[in-house]
Ligand binder design. Structure first.
Ligand code: IYR
Length: 226
């Protein structure tokens, strides 16, 4: 067995703030998050590549199982590739919505969202960011290196990504065309990376509308034991 390196620790300091300031900042952050909505109608206006890069950097700062950072973010701005992705996604989604692949109960659950198989936003949004979850790593010698808590890790990173975009005044959608294998093919990702989510990124279309749905009340989502 390979000799294991000793753990190395370095100093870490987070400036200590007064409780009142913490609460004020928490309130501001919450108020900003509460303004976020998933958007399906995007303005075609370009978004600087740097903003997408900043969101990816924010995502990649997330904690992950054994710090494996099991993610790849593929940013697509090429209209021809976006067109290809839209066509493939719509073919799958059409089969899901209208070909009987989604059971009635699921279609019923989605009714308030008003979604269907048409996904024009996959071409309208200036960027598509496809997130891939690395199921296992491959060492330079070709041997497999296990990853841990992959779905949880990538989910947390996606949360950071969404929050970073929102902070920059950009909108997105957690789009999960199903099945998503076409993303691996179109974007030429290796077999150890599984498509996880597809984010269209851009500005909301002026005048766009979102479903009239709300969030659960605080008491429905939290419990205290104290
Ligand atoms: N993938 C489909 C269906 C869909 C599923 C869930 I769960 C949603 O919250 C929304 C849609 C689609 O993207 O339309």
């Amino acid at each position: 067995m390979r000799r294991m390196p000793e753990p190395r620790h370095i100093p870490y300091e987070l400036p200590r703030m007064a409780d009142a300031e913490g609460v004020a900042r928490g309130r501001e952050f919450l108020a900003e998050l509460l303004r976020r909505r998933s958007v399906r109608d995007f303005a075609p206006d370009p978004v600087p590549r740097e903003m997408v890069e900043l969101a990816i950097r924010a995502a990649a700062s997330a904690p992950s199982g054994a710090n494996r950072q099991p993610w790849t973010f593929v940013a697509v701005g090429d209209p021809a590739v976006k067109r290809e992705i839209r066509a493939a996604a719509e073919a799958e989604e059409r089969e899901s919505y209208e070909g009987g692949r989604m059971p009635p109960e699921w279609l019923e659950a989605l009714r308030p969202l008003g979604t269907d198989w048409h996904k024009p936003f996959l071409e309208t949004a200036p960027w598509l960011v496809a997130v891939f979850a690395e199921q296992h790593g491959v060492d330079p010698d070709g041997s497999v290196r296990k990853n841990y808590y992959v779905a949880e890790s990538v989910g947390i990173a996606c949360g950071f990504f969404i929050a970073a975009l929102h902070r920059m005044g950009l909108a997105t959608l957690t789009h999960t065309p199903s099945p998503m294998r076409f993303l691996s093919q179109i974007l030429k990702r290796p077999a150890n990376e599984k498509p996880y989510i597809l984010f269209p990124v851009g500005h909301p279309l002026p005048g766009c509308r979102v479903p009239d749905i709300g969030r659960k009340g605080f008491d429905e989502v939290a419990a205290w034991i104290m």
